[in-house]
Design a protein around this ligand. Structure first.
Ligand SMILES: [Zn+2]
Length: 156
């Protein structure tokens, strides 16, 4: 099933600014990315857009409230955002790179992943466990870091 990524548009009532457009463009360009406020702030500043933490948080919160972005909070209490449309099934496992600390959603073989997750869930249910919430995180070294050892590859 192809993933249809509808272009993100600003929700009604949200002012179109250079910063808000840049945030939308960022998620449109990297639909599999899972980014923190700091990542967004860095990306915007790299484009010459002067923003501060409060502005970026406000933008991300509005997009999250409008349902355009999903939010997850990791073990270090860092909130990360990802486009809502990309995985209709929810619960996409995340992969975090030990080298550059970028997070990616595991994409590609969604059907196979969902089958595996369902099997895991059924296994737990068969053992009598209930109210299961899956939150899978995988760690390792991303393809970018493997190709350029010792070099931090910047999120462009
Ligand atoms: Zn990496």
């Amino acid at each position: 099933m192809p993933i249809a990524n509808a272009p993100l548009t600003l929700p009604a009532g949200m002012r179109s600014t250079r910063a808000s457009q840049a945030v939308l463009a960022l998620f449109a360009a990297r639909p599999d990315a899972v980014v923190s406020e700091a990542d967004v702030e860095r990306s915007l500043q790299a484009q010459g857009i002067a923003v501060n933490r409060v502005t970026v948080y406000r933008l991300l919160n509005k997009l999250h409230a409008a349902g355009l972005l999903q939010r997850s909070v990791d073990a270090d209490r860092i909130a990360r955002y990802m486009p809502s449309g990309a995985d209709a099934g929810g619960q996409a496992p995340r992969f975090e790179c030990d080298g550059c600390h970028q997070q990616f959603r595991l994409a590609g073989h969604q059907a196979r992943l969902q089958t595996a997750l369902r099997a895991l869930r059924q296994e737990l249910q068969a053992a009598g466990h209930e109210e299961l919430r899956l939150d899978l995180a995988v760690r390792g070294r991303c393809a970018g870091c493997v190709q350029t050892p010792d070099a931090m590859h910047a999120a462009s």
